[in-house]
Structures are given as structure tokens and as C-alpha cells.
Write a protein that binds this ligand. Structure first.
Ligand code: UT7
Length: 349
């Protein structure tokens, strides 16, 4: 079996910086509340009309492709992770394929929210391992700012999320590269962090008193004005429930990756946790007894960029010289689904 490596990495964040203080102009919140509960100081919001999830992904991809020493035409498969695609369908992967003038290669969209990048990386890794592809572009991008509830009802979610994108190119390697990836889910908590509408569930899983499906006109079942009036087109999150599960499952996934490879916590040179909340990352760090120099956080600058958070953090850590060739890097994510996972890699850039 052929091992795969990250051969190039890139990131893009919009130029528009939105501080906690800026948010207080239109959300009932405070800088103190946000910083104390999440560690976030500011985040980026994409340009309303000139930037989309895909265009941000393309900017990150261009850098990753260039750093991998290839061109867009050399890419032989695309994996695109996002929870806020440009269209409900088709996915962002095909728009990226079109805009980057790539060959008529396969394009797969991944819908695993905060775990999206780890899932995407794992899928790409398997394709390299089997020898099916040689240059896989993995992109994770989110334009959250377009779909958040800025009323008091949605403030626990809206202050957390930010926009941005990260991308990597995976290629075969003779070295260790990606040692292993580990993916998990627990659908019992699917409704704890979710955007219910538009959708086709028709109250099958959760009783929604707003939506009346039995007698609704056929054309108003997928998305109705009643749903919009009740802000059901925005994400819902039971924050404390997510928090409690994340601090258990992220360390578990990291230990699983280490055990699988016969390694110990002390072997980790850098842990890149999904940037969900600084307190979650600190819990994980404490539980594993990792020193500050072995955990990279940048949530203070970008907020939670969901699927994009790990590749953005990985890219920044590497650009800052905090990850060097030969280092053992661990990625760990947890989010909606619930889904979670980890990846362990020997850094080759
Ligand atoms: O990326 C993976 C998915 N997401 C996560 O990992 C998030 C995990 N969870 C969290 O990060 C935290 O649960 C939050 C930061 C979302 C919330 O922090 P919390 O300490 O769990 O707060 P809470 O939801 O229990 O709310 C506490 C209080 C409530 O007021 P009362 O009922 O105590 O009067 C909320 O209404 O804080 C209030 N609140 C706010 N106040 C000011 C909720 N959001 C805000 C806000 N500003 N933005």
C-alpha cells in the first residue's frame, strides 16, 4: 500500500475583521462574555457578494497547489468539505473544478461539519493508498456569516463562527506521511447541533410545532415562510451538550491514533485541535498533559471556521515555523453529527 503526504498547504481568510465589539452593535452580547466562554477576540466575514464558500476555497487551493509544485490541471480528484455550500446542490467541488479550469476529474463534497477536514483527508488518503489518484486536492471552506441568526435567540451560535478556507494537496510518498486516520460518529445527537430547514425530514425525527406538514401545500414543505419567521433556517446548538461530549471524544480519538501506531503522547510534536472553543482545546491539552508549545490555537483571530479550522491552523503553524519536517503532527476534530476523528502524520514540508 502506498502512503500519502501533504505536499502543499494553503489558507485564505477574508480581509474584513469583525471584532467582538463590532458584534455588540447588532447582537445582544459583550466582548467579556465571548472572550471568557470561547477565547474568541475577532473573526473574519466574507464579502457579501464577491466571495462565496467556493471562491475562498479556490484562494486556499491555489496556494496549496503552487506549494505542491503542480498546476490545477495536474489535480486528479477533488474532495471539498463544507457545511455552507454555495448551493444546496450541486456541491462546491464541481464549481471549484469549473472555476479552476481543471480536467473532468471527480469532485466529492463532504458533509461532516467540524470534522469535515479530517473526514476529507481520510477519504483522500485512501484513494492515494490504493494507487487510484496521485494529486488530490482537499479543500475546506465556510462562509458562515451568510447564514447566522444575529438575533438574541441565535447569539450562542452566531458569536462563535467565522469565515475562511484551508486546502492541502495529497500525493504519494515513500516516507510515513499520513500514518493513520480515525473516524467516528454518534447519530443519537444529530439534532443537538443542526440546521433543520430547509430539509425533507417533515417532523419525522423532531416535532416542530411551527411546521405543519400534513396539510401544507406541497410547495411549502421544504421551506415555508413560517420556518423563516421562526428562524429555522439558522443553525441550532445545545452548546453545553456539545462541549461535554467534545472534551471526552477528542482525547479518545487522539489516544486511538497514538495506540494504533504504537506511539505515546510524548511523541506528539504538535497537536492541531479543531478550533471550536479555546476552553475545549485547553481541556484536551490538560487531559493529555501537553505543554503549550505542542498545541496550536488561533481561535482568538478567526473564531470557529468549522471544516476550515484545522487546515487554517495547520497552515499558520507551519508558516510560523512551529511545525518542521519530520515532526509528528496530530489533528483532532469534533462536531455536529456528532462526528469526530483524528489523523496522525509525519510532516514532510
Ligand atoms: O465546533 C463544534 C461545535 N460547537 C462547539 O464546540 C461549541 C461548544 N459549546 C460552547 O462553546 C459553549 O457551550 C458556548 C460558548 C456556545 C456557550 O457557552 P456556555 O457557557 O455553555 O453558555 P450557555 O449556552 O449555557 O448560556 C449561558 C448564558 C445564558 O443565559 P442565562 O440563561 O444563564 O441567563 C445564555 O442566554 O449565556 C447566555 N448567552 C449569551 N450571553 C451573551 C448565550 N450566548 C450569549 C452571547 N452573549 N453571545
Amino acid at each position: 500500500m502506498q502512503q500519502s503526504k501533504i505536499a502543499g498547504i494553503g489558507m485564505y481568510v477574508p480581509t474584513n475583521v469583525v471584532t467582538n465589539k463590532d458584534l455588540t452593535e447588532y447582537i445582544e452580547t459583550s466582548d467579556e462574555w465571548i472572550q471568557e466562554r470561547t477565547g474568541i477576540k475577532e473573526r473574519r466575514y466574507a464579502h457579501r457578494t464577491q466571495e462565496t464558500t467556493t471562491t475562498m476555497g479556490i484562494k486556499a487551493a491555489e496556494i496549496a497547489i503552487q506549494r505542491a509544485g503542480i498546476t490545477a490541471q495536474d489535480v486528479d480528484f477533488i474532495v471539498f468539505a463544507t457545511l455552507c455550500p454555495d448551493y444546496y446542490f450541486p456541491g462546491c467541488g464541481v464549481i471549484l473544478q469549473r472555476e479552476m479550469k481543471m480536467k473532468e476529474i471527480g469532485a466529492l463534497d463532504i458533509r461532516n461539519q467540524c470534522s469535515g477536514f479530517v473526514y476529507a483527508l481520510s477519504v483522500a488518503d485512501q484513494f492515494i493508498k490504493t494507487g487510484m489518484y496521485k494529486n488530490i486536492l482537499v479543500v475546506a471552506s465556510e462562509k458562515h456569516s451568510f447564514g447566522l441568526d444575529f438575533s438574541t435567540r441565535g447569539r450562542n451560535v452566531s458569536v462563535i463562527f467565522g469565515d475562511g478556507a484551508g486546502a492541502v494537496v495529497l500525493q504519494p510518498t515513500q516516507n510515513k506521511g499520513i500514518l493513520s486516520t480515525h473516524l467516528h460518529s454518534d447519530g443519537n445527537s444529530a439534532e443537538i447541533l443542526a440546521m433543520y430547514n430547509p430539509g425533507t425530514h417533515a417532523n419525522h425525527w423532531v416535532k416542530d410545532p411551527v411546521a405543519e406538514f400534513d396539510n401544507a401545500p406541497r410547495g411549502e414543505m421544504f421551506m415555508s415562510t413560517a420556518m423563516v419567521d421562526k428562524a429555522q433556517n439558522f443553525p441550532y446548538m445545545d452548546g453545553p451538550a456539545v462541549f461535554k461530549k467534545a472534551i471526552i471524544k477528542m482525547p479518545e480519538a487522539i489516544m486511538e491514533a497514538l495506540d494504533k501506531n504504537g506511539l505515546a503522547i510524548s511523541d506528539i510534536d504538535m497537536l492541531i485541535p479543531h478550533q471550536a472553543n479555546l476552553r475545549i482545546a485547553q481541556f484536551v491539552q490538560q487531559k493529555l498533559q501537553l505543554t503549550d508549545d505542542k498545541v496550536f490555537n488561533n481561535i482568538d483571530k478567526y473564531g470557529n471556521t468549522t471544516a476550515a479550522s484545522i487546515p487554517i491552523a495547520l497552515c499558520e503553524a507551519w508558516e510560523a515555523g512551529k511545525i518542521k519536517k519530520g515532526n509528528l503532527v496530530c489533528l483532532a476534530a469534533f462536531g455536529s453529527g456528532f462526528t469526530w476523528g483524528s489523523a496522525l502524520l509525519e510532516w514532510e514540508l
